[in-house]
Design a protein around this ligand. Structure first.
Ligand code: SF4
Ligand code: SF4
Length: 293
């Protein structure tokens, strides 16, 4: 089972929820940080035995321009405008390339040769509790996060196949392309929000963005007790289950500020996240039942 922990905006407590669920999941689970622009799950899970490597994207180069007949086949194919013809001269914009490899295949003269664009870093290891952990970190200046996310997702799927673990994905905030890329493998999507007009606004956006995927969704309200009833009202009216509430308290804020996993704060909090895990598994079960109906 893959669970994506997402939110319509940053700062709602998404990573807190991911780390806390990982520490109380109760069966083999991996923690995967797909928020590659600002990965911070490791700050809570403190992984050890780290292995880090650079990640690259295969992009076209034209080492021998004379081999290009300017037929335009690669330009017509590339939907990302990474290739362009200026008269008889082919121009390549590697920073726009998404690495689909299509241009290599359509070139009739073999003029295009694979080169590399550095995307960032891939890291893997084990948390202090022995859980597998994966993360990507986008290179500063790299504009596109989905190609690096796809490499982390490929590792994640290999891990599931090898170790048979469940996966908790810390997704990037928002509802743009990276957020959608992060939730597309999920069996369940958890939407973390806070009970404020801002939280409500972004929760609505997230629900609309993820609804077409047809995955069960549940809402976690962080800083419960703060703000108003708008989020509760919206969840009730739209049939979104509120699967957990994390109370707003100074003790939680202090524990968080010290880099602690909130679920390990005390027995009550452990119990709260254990129950959240059970609710998530129930949501996942509802998807299976719907698929077999
Ligand atoms: S690999 Fe794909 S995205 Fe990149 S330049 Fe070629 S056709 Fe365009
Ligand atoms: S497909 Fe090959 S020959 Fe045609 S324009 Fe592109 S690089 Fe040149």
């Amino acid at each position: 089972m893959i669970v994506a922990v997402a939110s319509g905006k940053g700062g709602t407590g998404k990573t807190t929820v991911t780390a806390s669920l990982a520490s109380t999941w109760g069966r083999p689970v991996a923690a995967v940080d797909l928020d590659v622009e600002e990965p911070n799950l490791h700050l809570f899970l403190k992984p050890e035995a780290l292995r880090e490597e650079n990640a690259f994207l295969e992009v076209p180069t034209l080492p021998e321009p004379a081999r290009c007949t300017a037929c335009g086949a690669c330009v017509d194919l590339c939907q990302f405008k990474a290739l362009s013809l200026f008269g008889q001269r082919l121009a390549i914009f590697p920073e726009l390339c998404h690495g689909c490899e299509g241009c290599f295949r359509v070139c009739p003269t073999g003029a295009l040769v694979p080169g590399q664009r550095e995307l960032g870093e891939l890291s893997c290891g084990r948390t202090s509790e022995g859980l597998p952990w994966l993360s990507g970190r986008l290179r500063i200046g790299e504009a596109m996060s989905p190609p690096l996310m796809n490499q982390v997702r490929a590792r994640m799927k290999a891990l599931v196949a090898e170790e048979g673990v469940d996966v908790l994905v810390d997704a990037p905030p928002g509802v743009s392309c990276p957020a959608l890329a992060a939730v597309q493998d999920a069996d369940v999507i958890l939407l973390v929000t806070e009970p404020t007009p801002f939280g409500l606004h972004d929760l609505k956006l997230a629900r609309e963005a993820f609804k077409p995927l047809g995955r069960p969704m549940g809402v976690v309200i962080n800083r419960a007790g703060l703000g108003d009833h708008g989020v509760h009202d919206f969840c009730r009216e739209s049939g979104l289950p509120v699967v957990a509430e994390i109370p707003f308290s100074r003790a939680v804020a202090v524990h968080y500020a010290q880099g602690g996993v909130v679920a390990q704060m005390d027995e009550a909090m452990r119990e709260r996240f254990t129950r959240l895990g059970e609710s998530v598994r129930t949501l996942a079960g509802s998807r299976k039942e719907a698929a077999h109906a």
